[in-house]
Design a protein around this ligand. Sequence first.
Ligand code: HAM
Length: 418
Amino acid sequence: MIKGIKGVKDILPEETPRWRLIEDTARRWAMWYGFQEIRVPIFEVTTLFARSIGATTDIVEKEMYTFADRDGSSLTLRPEGTAGTVRAFIEHNRAADPLPQKYCYLGPMFRHERPQAGRLRQFHQFGVESFGVSDPRADVEVISLLWRILSHLRLQGLTLEMNSLGYQEDRVRYKPVLVDYLKTVAVRLCGNCQRRLETNPLRVLDCKVPECRAATEAAPRLTDHLSPAATDHFNQVLRGLESVGIPVHLNPRLVRGLDYYCLTTFEVTASGLGAQNAVGAGGRYDGLVEQLDGPKVPAVGFAVGLERISLMLPPDTVVPATPRVYVAAFGEKAAPSGFQLLDELRRQGVPADMDFRSGTLKAHLRQADRLGVLYTVLLGDDEIAKGSAIVRNMQTKAQEEVVLSDLPTTLKTRLSSA
Ligand code: HAM
């Protein structure tokens, strides 16, 4: 038997209503905030990701699904959505259009990570990217959108962690200070961090290994080495968040696993998620558009993991079901008429169903119950003779006789008030 790939999950029909609720909520809030949906490809040339996410990041070094195209060029399944969105922004010369340009996206991403609860190899992100505004209120806008979506979905135990990575010059000044310190504790660091000490020292601060955390407890903080302009930006973001009532937890260790960030970085964690506790994350990336050969355009965004949101949806979440109608047509004449009626109802926009295997009224009613429909249309040979049908409310069991030609309108009215 052929099985699905490890870390790549099917989302079964009983799960999709929850997914749709999450997706619809995220999209709707993003639209209210003025973001418009963009759909970018699932695969891109490998250099796009190497140059944007960073050649020495875990994602690029060991997690990408990279393969050779038939002409030998290197392609990669997107591990995240920012790089492709920035590529599209540049390629379609969007900087020439009135700014800001605010995009949102939703879709599968691919990372070869060790699968566990909330961590998959094919996972789904909803993300937003706002191009063109360096004002700190643009940071507050995307963070508040993230917070509102998660709050609307009633996720519990959320914490918004914030840090500032400053400008590139700030990090250039800070790195040797950090490296000097890290060298004094190098023997206590894990193998990965000893390597990072050379390649990407900031990432050592973010390591989850307890020994590394203890060793870096007293490390000099980037926030103490920020330029006045970077400090001012950060303070304005914090004040902005306070002004819209969003609580913040400062986390000087938050350096993120992607290299394109500057100034604001943030992560929303959830207490109920175990080791993979980040529901969503993002930050400002003012240099990325230019770094990918575009114009100088500031930008800020976030992405949330839909699997992680789905794991955290409160159990009493009401997932709107499609209110449906079942057509129970039994009897020699009624059966073919029932099929026509089913088609007519569907054409008129009434979600309707029928089990073609059922012959008796009893079998039809059993099927109607199983489908959980709101109304069943009973159509026997007697009804056909009268040109009418019986509409049965499956909850109250009340029945009414309706002329066949009035059925679509009557059912639409009943369903819209259900
Ligand atoms: P990220 O932190 O790598 O950021 O991913 C964002 C979210 O995607 C995570 O918080 C998590 O919920 C989810 N996620 C990541 N990896 C996995 C996985 N293997 N399995 C399940 N869920 C996962 C980014 O991707 C940036 N592009 C965010 C951004 C947008 N920054 C600016 N704009």
